[in-house]
Write a new protein. Structure first.
Length: 145
């Protein structure tokens, strides 16, 4: 009876962690935040589900599940770091949401968040043809426009 209770608690806990990770993946605004949601709670959730399943199995079969847990612990952070760095280098990271930019030091840019720009006056936005539009905004940093 105790094995079923322990297994049920671990399975439900793992399901909640996976659900919260999926919600964060949809909800968060930028790549680094989404990577945290995709790796940390998902890894903990998968570990809890696999350990909850292993509690119900014979030890020789549970060893395979524990090997999957070990591989998940090793590969998820490495993959997240590589995807995050690729997103940073291709300009898919919103720099306005970063508090400290550690990769900027390596690339020779300012490592702290820049001050917000001064707001422009509305009189500059009116064009001669009355369309009210100005020039298109510049492309995001790191992207060719």
């Amino acid at each position: 009876m105790a094995r079923q209770v322990i297994s049920a608690v671990l399975l439900l806990t793992g399901a909640v962690f996976c659900l919260l990770g999926a919600w964060g993946l949809v909800r968060f605004p930028d790549v680094p935040s989404r990577l945290h949601a995709a790796t940390k709670p998902q890894t903990v959730g998968l570990m809890a589900i696999l350990v909850g399943s292993a509690v119900q199995l014979a030890p020789r079969h549970a060893a395979g599940l524990l090997l999957v847990v070990l591989l998940q612990l090793v590969t998820a952070p490495v993959i997240a770091q590589r995807v995050g760095r690729a997103a940073y280098r291709t300009g898919c990271v919103r720099h306005d949401l970063l508090v400290v930019d550690d990769l900027a030091r390596q690339r020779g840019r300012s490592a702290h968040r820049p001050e917000p720009p001064e707001p422009e006056s509305d009189s500059d936005s009116d064009s001669a043809d009355g369309a009210g539009g100005g020039a298109e905004p510049p492309p995001p940093p790191g992207r060719a426009g």
